[in-house]
Design a protein around this ligand. Structure first.
Ligand code: NAP
Ligand code: GDD
Length: 380
């Protein structure tokens, strides 16, 4: 039985990757950090299985700032594979917490690589680093591929740039099987609520149900290459099954603006939007409603034509923005035999439907709609 450590087990990708590895017969050791509130909602179903019939999922407390903890865990568990998914992953937050972000996202990667060396596992343990399309930042080429020069535009991206290169360096210096997945944005019903896609799909559900009146966004003209997290964790796994380590872009090759994501998400419930005004004064108004569609999603929705449902709030602007990302995943297609299976339309449908179901749940209403995420088994 292969053994894998997954850092960031409580995050979106940690949940999907753990599920995938367990299905493949791995023993999975998830690392989670201590929190003052429960932070395991995405993986609770795995703990339940653990306590009942499935003993292949274990976890330990850990933090990427704690070298001795990482050395102890890696020495004791002797993993075949380590997937380093833990990070302060919010780009805007990294402008407020640049030093912490550098420590966790940059030096944290070094700490794991050093722990592998200290545990004398260089020849045994394969390492995956969660690198990012944010490295391309102010893009030097369209589309972006493995050879495109980096130009990071946030403390997050700069920290991830260190992590990228230290991974390459340990591969070259010590012969480690260490690979970077340069993943473009990937989303799902498990996506954190403050990333733009989930913020939008939650708002669509809440607005349709009458729990929220308006959605406030920042730069809606930014463009991203959005895929489904379920597809992207397969690519992580495939990278560590190769004879040789390497770096791969993982992307759909299609870019869409935040504005169009909003339009598509509302279209899914039968609502079309028109935009008026410019820049900070731009608003989104309901243009038409197809009640035949809306009724199938939400009965008795209070939505009305002419209602303003979107406004721009400069609070969400970033000091430096990444305007456009679109990836060329030809190398992954050719060498890993990886291709995305979800269209953006299918991804949005899954996210909006999941959020509508979530918001409808009685317990959600009782709790006033705060910080609840879907039952993972419903959607993985
Ligand atoms: P996520 O949902 O934000 O999950 C991040 C995970 O890291 C969470 O489990 C979080 O714990 C944990 N974490 C944060 N700081 C930590 C620390 N100091 N020590 C230990 N654990 C810590 O992110 P994701 O979307 O799953 O992304 C996974 C990885 O891929 C991240 O490294 C991200 O930067 C990278 N990435 C993501 C995308 C994307 O589009 N999703 C694209 C490219 C790269 P809590 O649950 O307690 O917060
Ligand atoms: N979060 C957020 N909230 N973003 C907004 C908003 C808003 O209200 N309004 C507009 N945006 C724009 C952002 O300015 C950005 O251009 C775009 O929407 C996407 O923002 P996020 O969803 O926060 O994702 P990201 O692209 O900055 O970063 C994500 O993808 C990276 C890979 O490219 C994160 O998952 C990173 O961890 C990941 O590395």
């Amino acid at each position: 039985m292969k053994k894998a450590i997954v850092t960031g087990i409580t995050g979106q990708d940690g949940a999907y990757l753990a599920e995938l590895l367990l299905k493949k017969g791995y023993e999975v050791f998830g690392l989670k950090r201590r929190s003052s509130i429960f932070n395991t909602a995405r993986i609770d179903h795995l703990f339940e299985k653990d306590r009942q019939e499935n003993s292949n999922f274990k976890y330990a407390y850990s933090d990427l700032s704690d070298s001795s903890n990482l050395i102890r865990i890696i020495s004791e568990f002797q993993p075949d594979e380590i997937y380093n998914l833990a990070a302060q992953s919010h780009v805007k937050v990294s402008f407020d917490t640049p030093e912490y972000t550098a420590n966790a996202d940059g030096i944290g990667t070094l700490r794991i690589l050093e722990a592998i060396r200290t545990a004398k596992l260089v020849d045994k343990t394969k390492f995956y680093q969660a690198s990012t399309s944010e490295l391309y930042g102010k893009v030097q080429e369209i589309p972006q591929k493995e050879t495109t020069p980096f130009y990071p535009r946030s403390p997050y991206a700069v920290a991830k740039m260190y992590a990228y290169w230290i991974t390459v360096n340990y591969r070259e210096a010590y012969g480690m099987h260490a690979s970077n997945g340069i993943l473009f944005n990937h989303e799902s019903p498990l996506r954190g609520e403050t990333f733009v896609t989930r913020k939008i799909t939650r708002a669509v559900a809440n607005i349709a149900l009458g729990f929220q009146h308006q959605l406030s966004l920042g730069n809606i003209d930014a463009k991203r290459d959005w895929g489904h997290a379920k597809d992207y964790v397969k690519a992580m796994y495939l990278m560590l099954q190769q004879d040789k380590p390497d770096d791969y872009v993982i992307a759909t090759g299609i870019t869409t603006s935040v504005r169009d994501f909003v339009i598509m998400a509302f279209n899914h419930i039968g609502v079309s939007i028109k935009f008026e005004g410019k820049a900070e004064n731009e608003i989104g108004i309901i243009d038409t409603i197809d009640f035949n569609i809306l009724k199938t999603k939400v009965e008795n929705s209070p939505l009305k034509v002419g209602q303003t449902i979107l406004k721009i709030d400069p609070f969400y602007y970033r000091p430096t923005e990444v305007d456009l990302l679109v990836g060329d995943a030809t190398k992954a297609k050719t060498q890993l035999n990886w291709t995305p299976t979800y269209t953006l339309d299918a991804l949005i449908k899954e996210m909006v439907d999941s959020d509508i179901n979530l918001m409808k749940k009685e317990d959600y209403l009782k709790k006033g709609g705060f910080n609840i995420i879907p039952n993972v088994e419903d959607i993985i």
